[in-house]
Structures are given as structure tokens and as C-alpha cells.
Design a protein around this ligand. Structure first.
Ligand code: ZN
Length: 263
């Protein structure tokens, strides 16, 4: 795999995380290097991961009612704050859009940009969390794109880290659609680095840490991370305590190399 050096990632850097923890899993090393070198790094969280029934059952031990899902969203917000603070990112550079977890893809694919969607778990049709970037922003495609546009204008990123379009998680696909639609409305031409979290046989359970065969293309880049930074990333991920059940698979993503695709 072709290496990429951190110097090639010009600042400011914007990381798009569909859920709290995708930032650490995809680019915790980038975050640490940015903090260390004084390169500004900003993180957008599309959802608060509030529809995770495994967390409701095994972490909150709560019934599947709207109050439980909303509570999980608030907890995951705090976990994201703690993990980012642990890696050295100020809460002023974190933006929580509060869009509906597990249900953002229909919004991204809607042919009517003003159609309002409702989360079937929180029963909210707008970003009701008090810490939302724009509180009460309705769940529409138009709103999501304008939130991303606002962030792009505010941050003026030279590098954007966002998940691949073919990630199998629907919120991951939605986040990319919203970001790219917003980017097209600007004249910005940042370096786009794409990461992968959910995909068949990824990350591999044994052997070398290489991308899935059909994604092992010429535009793959690997950013090397020190053992110390890798350990810190593992500690940061563990601060997402509500996600303990996911550790086995996802922890394998936290390696000495962070893998990105150009574009
Ligand atoms: Zn995710």
C-alpha cells in the first residue's frame, strides 16, 4: 500500500462521523497528529447513534421506548465529547447535527428536499437534543445539506475525511451523500480521504491489514501511526462505553496504519 504522510493532509481538517466513535475508528491517529502539530481539526457527527438497540438492552438495560433512545443519544454525545477531549480536540470544534440514527438514508435519498422524516425510535422529526448544532433543525434533506454547507463555510477545510460511498451502513452512506451535495454548492476543492468501517470481511480477522480485494485499488493510502498513538486510540474508543458490545470487530480497525482512499 502506498504510504501517505501527515504533511500531505493540509489543515484545517474536517472529519465526518455518521455516529459518535466513527471519528476515533477511522482517523484517531490523524486527530492526534493534528493536535500535536497545531493543525485545526473539526468533527461533524451526523447522528447521536441513538437507535442502537444492543446498547439499550445490554448497556442501559432499558425498555425500547422513546425515552430510552433519547437517553442513549445524550449518553453518546457525552462519550463523543470525552473521547475527543482525551485526544485533545476542543468541544468547540465538534458539531452534533442530531439526525435520526439508522434512518438518515431515506432523507438523503428523498426526491423531495422538504419532506420531513420522523425517527421511529425517538419519535422526533427534528434535532431536539439541547446540544444540537442547530436545535430544532427539521429532518429534511434540505436541512442536512445546509448544515453541512454551513460547516464547510465556517471551517474552510483543506482536507475532508469521510466514509466511502459503498460502506454498508445506511447512515454512513447518507453522511457522504449530504457532504458531497453540500460540497458541490461551494467552490472548495479539498483533498478527500475516504475511510471504510462497515463492509463484508472488513476488517480481516487474521493476516495482513489490507483492504477487501475489490477495494484494494491504486488509490489506497496508508498513514502510519506510532504504537503510543494506537494505544491512545484504543483508550479513546473505550470511552464510548455504550458501544462495548461492538469492541471485538471494530477494535481491529484501530491499527498502526489508518487506511484511506483518495477521493
Ligand atoms: Zn458508524
Amino acid at each position: 500500500m502506498t504510504p501517505i504522510t501527515f504533511k500531505e493532509l493540509r489543515g484545517p481538517i474536517l472529519i465526518v462521523a455518521p455516529h459518535p466513535d466513527d471519528d476515533v475508528l477511522s482517523s484517531g491517529g490523524v486527530i492526534q497528529k493534528a493536535v500535536q502539530t497545531g493543525k485545526p481539526v473539526h468533527i461533524v457527527y451526523l447522528t447521536n447513534g441513538d437507535a442502537n438497540t444492543d446498547s439499550i438492552r445490554n448497556f442501559l438495560h432499558a425498555p425500547f421506548i422513546p425515552a430510552s433512545f433519547r437517553r442513549l443519544g445524550r449518553i453518546r454525545h457525552l462519550e463523543a465529547l470525552r473521547a475527543a477531549a482525551f485526544l485533545g480536540v476542543s468541544s468547540k470544534r465538534l458539531y452534533f447535527f442530531g439526525f435520526p440514527d439508522a434512518h438518515s438514508l431515506p432523507i438523503a435519498k428523498s426526491t423531495n428536499e422538504n419532506q420531513v422524516f420522523r425517527s421511529p425510535v425517538t419519535l422526533w422529526d427534528r434535532a431536539r437534543y439541547s446540544f444540537s448544532f442547530h436545535r430544532n433543525a427539521p429532518y429534511t434533506r434540505k436541512t442536512a445539506i445546509s448544515l453541512f454547507t454551513e460547516i464547510l463555510k465556517k471551517v474552510k477545510p483543506k482536507t475532508i475525511i469521510v466514509n466511502r460511498a459503498d460502506d454498508t451502513n445506511p447512515d454512513h452512506r447518507a453522511a457522504r451523500i449530504f457532504l458531497m451535495d453540500a460540497l458541490r454548492r461551494t467552490r472548495m476543492k479539498p483533498l478527500i480521504l475516504s475511510y471504510l468501517i462497515h463492509f463484508p470481511k472488513w476488517p480481516s480477522f487474521k493476516g495482513a491489514f489490507v483492504p477487501p480485494v475489490r477495494l484494494n485499488t491504486r488509490n489506497v493510502r496508508a498513514l502510519s501511526i506510532s504504537a503510543l498513538k494506537q494505544r491512545k486510540n484504543l483508550q479513546a474508543f473505550r470511552l464510548h462505553r455504550s458501544q462495548f458490545h461492538a469492541h471485538d470487530r471494530l477494535l481491529r480497525l484501530i491499527r498502526r496504519k489508518e487506511i484511506f482512499w483518495l477521493g
